[in-house]
Ligand binder design. Structure first.
Ligand SMILES: C[S@@+](CC[C@H](N)C(=O)[O-])C[C@H]1O[C@@H](n2cnc3c(N)ncnc32)[C@H](O)[C@@H]1O
Length: 224
């Protein structure tokens, strides 16, 4: 059974209309360049201050680092990882495990800008990213015999990583990790599971959590 990871509430969105005339936005906008269409806190910080939920938005860098870590892992290379990206505006994207994510941040932003505009990324007849219809419940519900693990620094601290993923379990493990830097899960995310798990007494970055979860799964399934 592959491990299913859903990176939720990622700060990926096109620059909202309401701030497109702000100086910091106009300065960085390049016509016909997909990468410049994405909201990015590093460039648009001052313009974002009045946006609702702004602390979770405009962070393509977090998704970038998480995807590089997840897709480059032995777990993914052995065909045992399925990853979805869910955005702050509830769009869900299915990431083909064979995609080669650009190491260069601007090129990654270009890919995401194109994805948000067009929905799917298809290259040479191969679908690399596709938008999933419906909401997270619609995505998760049809997965039979699933165990949904919601990773949070506010969850119950695990005693040992060895008990997290059981080797001979027939369960489909679904790991949900927040793709944001500050704040906590929305009500919609919290309603997906009561199983709130913490893997450290420290608050960790999303990419550290993704790495650790993948490593724990690899170890428990002897997939190194
Ligand atoms: C930088 S944190 C978001 C900040 C948030 N206050 C928190 O810790 O939940 C990004 C994500 O990493 C995961 N995370 C961070 N620390 C964790 C911990 N100690 N145990 C499990 N997951 C953790 C959660 O999924 C969280 O949404």
């Amino acid at each position: 059974m592959p491990l299913i990871i859903i990176l939720v509430e990622c700060g990926l969105e096109l620059i909202p209309k309401q701030i497109r005339n702000q100086p910091s936005v106009k300065r960085n906008l390049k016509v016909k360049k997909y990468y410049s269409l994405l909201l990015d806190n590093a460039l648009h910080h001052s313009a974002m201050k009045n946006l609702k939920n702004h602390e979770k938005r405009g962070r393509p860098d977090i998704t970038h680092i998480c995807l590089l870590n997840a897709l480059g892992s032995p777990l993914n290379k052995s065909g045992n990882l399925k990853i979805y990206v869910h955005t702050i505006h509830n769009r869900i994207f299915d990431i083909n495990p064979e995609i080669r994510i650009a190491r260069n941040y601007n090129r990654f932003k270009g890919l995401i800008g194109k994805t948000l505009l067009e929905g799917d990324i298809i290259i040479k007849d191969k679908t690399l990213i596709s938008q999933v219809d419906g909401n997270l419940n619609d995505l998760i519900k049809p997965i039979e015999n699933s165990e949904i693990l919601l990773f949070s620094s506010r969850g119950s601290l695990i005693k040992s990583h060895q008990n997290l993923f059981l080797k001979n379990s027939s369960k489909n493990y679904i790991a949900i990790i927040g793709g944001f830097q500050k704040g906590s899960f929305s009500k919609e995310i919290l309603s997906l599971s009561d199983n709130l798990i913490s893997i450290s007494k420290h608050q960790l970055d999303a990419w550290v959590v993704i790495n650790r979860i993948i490593t724990y799964y690899e170890i428990s399934h002897s997939l190194i």
